[in-house]
Ligand binder design. Structure first.
Ligand SMILES: [Zn+2]
Length: 101
């Protein structure tokens, strides 16, 4: 888990997105005004991204065991294909990667 100052930054970052959807100068000025440890948190995240990666197979029983449509099949783009409730884009990834903040 990330340290508290990083969590505060992440919550601030996402909360500011409710008002400013992009990463414009206005966005960063707002984030920095609300979270004084923004730069420190961003540095921590850059250095520790790997620590935040979760192997879903370890926390969700059966993750990755279910057969899935291969790439290009059942993705909702094929003309004439039957409707699917949940579009699939291929096998589920074995690892969830951190997003770029
Ligand atoms: Zn963002």
């Amino acid at each position: 888990m990330a340290p508290e100052f990083v969590l505060r930054y992440l919550v601030t970052h996402e909360a500011v997105h409710l008002a400013v959807p992009d990463h414009s100068q206005k966005f960063w000025l707002t984030v920095r005004s609300l979270c004084k440890e923004t730069e420190r948190a961003k540095q921590w995240l850059s250095a520790n991204t790997q620590r935040l990666t979760v192997d879903l197979r370890e926390i969700i029983p059966g993750w990755g065991d279910t057969p899935r449509a291969r790439d290009g099949e059942g993705n909702g783009r094929a003309k004439g294909a039957s409707a699917q409730a949940v579009p699939t884009t291929g096998p589920r990834p074995a690892r969830a990667e951190a997003t770029t903040l």
